[in-house]
Design a binder for this molecule. Structure first.
Ligand SMILES: O=P(O)(O)OC[C@H]1O[C@H](O)[C@H](O)[C@@H](O)[C@@H]1O
Length: 361
């Protein structure tokens, strides 16, 4: 079966229920109480809670949980287009499709499932999609939850007829923050970005850090190894690496680390007050509690998939905020943060990405 649990009590580790629209949703639970819920509508992660039951992803009070639009919040999957730069609807159609549970997924590395509850979902190109995007693909998503609450997403996109196609992709992650005015991002300051608010004009980031005093919608190109997003109010920091993003919330005493592979760019988005008021599915003031840090391959990759498949891996790791953090990047380098996580980021090897038992100390 494509939904399985490796180690602990399977009966409590995974549950399939119907949402209020009658659409299946899969809840995975860790033995320590962390959980995640993924909807077959869009393959979207709707919720991710740490072992204290605290929600780590943003969902607004006015979020609309009804097809044909994706719910604003959680982690929508943007495919085969991120943004509105192509011929498709904004962020592509995958987030608005009904996925199925994949009962027979091709194997991932053996250790991927060690000690984890996981579920495999599948979206196949349909005749309807073909009218607007004439390419044959299979998009497999593995969502897994480790014993320690780490959330891993692996997207495997496969060209199934050998005719090359291009696509862009993003994990459009809505992080929950305390107060956007108290959040800053460090590490993007020398990067070039395309400003979606200025017809994608290219600028170079000049400030010491990115702070939020107005709407921001930027694509940072080829993000470096380390970016930090600090949330003073929540006492939380997000560290983003090319392969890793960490989110530390001092107030909530939690850390989230994101590791990614095959996704060179970072999109930073907050709609701010005016745009929020114009959006029907977010409360007027809720922009203060959200920050989208999307990991994508919009500009550089626009993956050309000639044959075979590409894997786009993504890991979110929560950690208590009362220990020291050491993010180990390249061998011999490290970034010390005030709170706590130690991991080995040789994540290009899926066994490290998904199954490294030393990921948390
Ligand atoms: O409203 P959505 O289609 O979900 O898009 C929400 C946002 O997604 C990304 O972050 C884009 O950079 C923004 O321009 C867009 O507004």
């Amino acid at each position: 079966m494509g939904h399985a649990v490796a180690v602990w009590n399977q009966q409590v580790a995974m549950e399939i229920t119907k949402d209020w629209n009658g659409i299946d949703q899969v809840t995975l639970r860790s033995p320590r109480g962390a959980s995640t819920r993924v909807s077959l509508y869009g393959g979207q992660v709707m919720s991710w809670r740490n072992d204290r039951g605290e929600e780590l992803l943003f969902t607004g009070n006015k979020a609309i949980f009804k097809p044909p639009k994706a719910m604003r919040g959680g982690i929508p999957l943007c495919f085969p287009q991120f943004g509105n730069g192509g011929c498709l609807e904004q962020h592509g159609f995958a987030r608005n499709k009904i996925w199925i549970i994949d009962d027979n997924p091709p194997p991932l590395h053996q250790s991927n499932s060690n000690g984890k509850a996981f579920d495999d979902l599948l979206l196949k190109s349909s005749e309807e999609d073909f009218k607007c995007w004439p390419h044959s693909f299979e998009f497999r998503l593995r969502v897994s939850l480790a014993t320690n609450g780490d959330l891993n997403l692996i997207s495997r996109i496969r060209n199934i007829n050998g005719k090359p196609f291009s696509f862009s992709f993003a994990y459009h992650t809505y992080l929950c923050v305390s107060d956007i005015s108290e959040v800053r991002i460090e590490g993007l300051e020398t990067l070039d970005y395309l400003d979606n608010l200025c017809q994608r004009e290219r600028f170079t980031e000049q400030g010491d850090a990115i702070t939020f005093e107005t709407e921001v919608d930027r694509v940072y190109i080829t993000s470096p190894n380390v970016i930090a997003v600090l949330d003073h109010e929540k006492k939380q920091t997000v560290v983003i690496r090319k392969d890793v993003i960490a989110v530390l919330d001092h107030e909530k005493k939690q850390t989230v680390v994101i590791r990614k592979d095959g996704l060179p760019d970072v999109v930073v988005w907050n709609p701010w007050e005016k745009k929020s008021k114009a959006m029907i599915d977010i409360g007027d003031d809720e922009y203060k509690q959200m920050l989208c840090v999307d990991d994508d391959g919009t500009n550089h990759v626009a993956e050309q998939l000639q044959q075979g498949s590409v894997d786009l891996a993504y890991t979110l790791l929560p950690a208590p905020g009362d220990r020291n953090v050491c993010l180990l990047g390249q061998p011999g380098t490290s970034t010390q943060l005030p709170h706590s996580l130690v991991f080995d980021s040789q994540f290009l090897n899926p066994s490290h990405l998904l199954g490294n038992p030393t990921a948390r100390t």
